[in-house]
Design a protein around this ligand. Structure first.
Ligand code: ATP
Length: 261
């Protein structure tokens, strides 16, 4: 699509050069529309890219992305069982689960307390018991380990999210900023289960649906790139998202971009 965008710009320049005013007018509008759509669709990738540049972490732009350990079915089962119990007892919970690579601690507002323990339904349920010291905030899962609890996340600033409480806004906030994670939220008020991904909240979910989504997003069989340099991966995302945006603009049938890495 980047190629398509460039072709569109070239065509616009040529039509201007050759005095084809009407065609030039249409092409110019298309170029602007595509540029805006790309900026919106890729905002999280560009923000990440600029953050790495701003921090001077140039190496990370070219380094292979480090993959998390794939989640085994038993890890997913433990998480799902814990969520089932928490939801039944209306105990609020917020789990951040890394999908394709580690999250930088600096993306958290407060990094929380390190645990580094094996994922188990008992541990997850214990962490979120309202009287424990760690129940406030989010718990981070990497592979089959619970890395930390009591993490404070940035809240989503989206207007629509302001009607939600802070637990749900925190889940949206971190998945908006960091694309390689998803969040599972249990509402203390209603027991409802939600899954946040890329700033969007999928809710309410049944336990069966949650399991299906986790298996889909965390399965070890997901086709991940063994070596995915940051810039190449950004390029791939630009291509797939742009195709999606343009096909939507042109009203063509298309499948939503799936950025499983
Ligand atoms: N920025 C944050 N990062 C992580 N966890 C947070 C954050 N803000 C609030 N929380 C958690 O959410 C709890 C407050 O939930 P609140 O009632 O505001 O949200 P909610 O989305 O309405 O959820 P619920 O339906 O469970 O009430 C806090 O006690 C804390 O555990």
């Amino acid at each position: 699509m980047v190629l398509g965008f460039v072709i569109l710009m070239l065509a616009s320049a040529l039509s201007h050069q050759w005095g084809l005013e009407l065609l030039n007018f249409v092409l110019e509008k298309l170029v602007i529309g595509c540029a805006v759509a790309m900026a919106v669709a890729l905002q999280s990738e560009f923000r990440r890219f600029l953050e790495l540049l701003g921090r001077g972490e140039f190496k990370k732009l070219f380094q292979p992305s480090t993959l998390s350990l794939p989640k085994s079915d038993s890890t997913i089962d433990e998480i799902v069982e814990a969520v089932r119990e928490l939801s039944k007892s209306r105990i609020g919970a917020l789990l951040i689960i890394e999908t394709t690579g580690p999250i930088d601690e600096r993306d958290f507002s407060v990094p929380g307390v390190k645990l580094n323990a094996e994922v188990s339904k008992e541990l997850i349920q214990t962490i979120f018991q309202p009287k424990t010291l760690l129940h406030d905030g989010a718990t981070l899962v990497r592979g089959s380990r619970i890395l930390a609890s009591g993490i404070i996340l940035p809240l989503s600033g989206r207007t629509a999210s302001r009607q939600l409480g802070t637990r749900h806004r925190a889940a949206m906030g971190i998945t908006e900023r960091v694309e390689n994670c998803i969040c599972v939220v249990v509402s203390e008020e209603t027991g409802s289960i939600s899954l946040a991904e890329r700033g969007n909240l999928n809710r309410p979910l049944t336990i069966a649906k949650l399991k299906e989504l986790l298996e889909d997003k965390l399965s070890p069989t997901i086709d991940r790139e063994a070596v995915a340099p940051g810039l190449l991966s950004l390029g791939r995302k630009i291509r797939s998202k742009s195709l999606f945006v343009v096909s939507r603009l042109l009203g063509l049938p298309s499948t939503a971009p799936r950025d499983k890495k």
